[in-house]
Design a protein around this ligand. Structure first.
Ligand SMILES: *Cc1c(COP(=O)(O)O)cnc(C)c1O
Length: 446
């Protein structure tokens, strides 16, 4: 995301100061940039167009990365399709204006109700992950008097060299169909009356910074596609999955989309199949940040703790994967001394409390939330000059941030806003505490 610093308000996203967002919407608050989302989508579109895939590539945004209606609607308007993993995501995509015929349905466990809903909507394809799912889908499609379009998600057994929790393409993974078993299963699928074999699908993992494993997987996928064509099971599309990584740390750059896709597209360029891509993180990750405020500073002998009002329930990635998110000060980080004193005067005049007067020098801080878990941290050992009341921006939080948020500790989920030029729109209001137990009941009296 493009952040700029500007006198006197510190960090800006597009034309909006983050301090203004905090004042208007409170913290913690997820902030997205419309321009950054659109730019990420164009990055894919342009890379595909440049390689001659303009007319035969379908970008299916992986909804699970961030299922916000506003974000889905934005991508739908740009022409995107969607990769869903549940009936809930199907309903969201349709509510956001997504087109059913551009939806692919992934996931190892689809219920009959979900199959029915997706068939009724008329989705592009089911990415089937087991023999049993084929049988069930054939039966459900039969009951509805229709035919289900399918791909098999194969497991190419390549190591994506990413975090084990987001590695999905090794033999011991619960995902996909073993390469050795796939050919026979395709033959079986082709014999079932209520299935229409359309494609092949593979997704080996997430946050991949090197395209080599995906290219290696593609070789195996294409070899199988050729074998199937010989056996009179021609495929009309090849789904390369998602997984392209993003830059989280200044010293760990991510490739451009064009560079990442190049070796994969090279293998597909003289073929005829439609290309389906399922990017999630790379479309939204760097288009969002989590805005939070320092509540309490607790310097200690071993460690200094800065307790902020966002926590693991808002952003689980650090607790779950030990993931790194860059954390920057929104206010006076690099600002000149004159700014500091101006601010103080300004606050003194307006009668507001001045945090700045308590400004500390830079120290090492553990940035933690208020949740009662030692795993509740957002960043370790961050050198920041912090004072209570400071605003912090936790960067690269657009993917798997709000999507994984929970109400743990009965904490209302954060507000979400989208900046669009010099406008800012509330796209999800902050939850209220009473809403968090509104669905519950106590036992009857007596
Ligand atoms: C999660 C997932 C994606 C998206 O992965 P990213 O790493 O966010 O791009 C795509 N396809 C499938 C099947 C997935 O499970």
């Amino acid at each position: 995301m493009h952040l700029t610093t500007s006198y006197p308000d510190g960090l800006y996203i597009e034309g909006i100061a983050l301090t203004d967002i905090a004042t208007r919407f409170g913290t913690p608050c997820y902030v997205y940039s419309r321009a950054a989302l659109a730019a990420a989508y164009s990055g894919y579109r342009n890379a595909l167009d440049a390689q001659g895939f303009g007319n035969r590539a379908l970008i299916c945004y992986a909804v699970k990365a961030n299922a916000s209606l506003a974000i889905l609607n934005l991508f739908a308007n740009l022409g995107a399709g969607f990769d869903i993993v549940s009936g809930g995501e199907l309903a969201r995509v349709l509510a956001a204006g997504g087109k059913a015929e551009k939806i692919v349905f992934s996931g190892v466990g689809k219920s009959r109700a979900e199959m029915r809903a997706a068939l009724a909507a008329g989705i592009h394809c089911f990415n089937v992950e087991s023999a049993s799912e084929l049988t069930q889908l054939n039966a459900v499609a039969g009951e509805l008097g229709t035919c289900a379009p399918i791909s098999l998600r194969v497991n190419p057994n390549v190591d994506p060299k990413t975090h084990p929790y987001i590695s999905t393409g090794l033999k011991d993974a619960k995902f996909g169909i073993a390469m050795d078993a796939a050919f026979a299963l395709y033959q079986h699928a082709a014999s079932l009356p209520h299935l229409a074999v359309k494609g092949i699908d593979c997704h080996i993992g997430s946050q991949l910074l090197d395209p080599a494993p995906a290219a290696e997987a593609m070789d195996k996928v294409l070899a199988l596609a050729d074998q199937l064509a010989v056996a009179h099971i021609p495929l009309t599309h090849i789904d390369v999955g998602g997984g392209m990584g993003i830059q989280y740390q200044p010293d760990k750059p991510a490739p451009t989309v064009a560079d990442y896709l190049a070796p994969i597209l090279a293998k597909l360029s003289d073929r005829h199949e439609q290309l389906v891509l399922e990017p999630g993180r790379s479309l939204v990750g760097n288009a969002g940040l989590l805005l939070t405020q320092v509540m309490v500073l607790k310097p200690g002998e071993e460690k200094n703790f800065a307790i902020v009002d966002a926590a693991m329930n808002d952003l689980m990635r650090p607790a779950l994967y030990d993931a790194f998110h860059e954390i920057v000060k929104v206010g006076a980080g690099d600002t000149p001394q004159s700014f500091e004193s101006d601010r103080r005067e300004c606050r003194a005049v307006s009668g507001k409390p001045s945090w700045r007067t308590a400004k500390h020098d830079e120290q090492c801080w553990e940035i933690v939330g208020p949740v009662c878990e030692s795993g509740d941290f957002l960043g370790h050992d961050r050198a920041l000059a912090l004072a209570e009341g400071d605003l912090l921006a936790i960067l690269s939080a657009g993917a798997y941030g709000m999507a994984m948020a929970s109400n743990y500790n009965t904490r209302p989920r954060a507000a979400e806003v989208m900046v669009d030029g010099d406008q800012v729109h509330l796209i999800r209001r902050r939850e209220e505490v009473a809403e968090l137990f509104a669905l519950e009941s106590v036992l009857p009296a007596g």
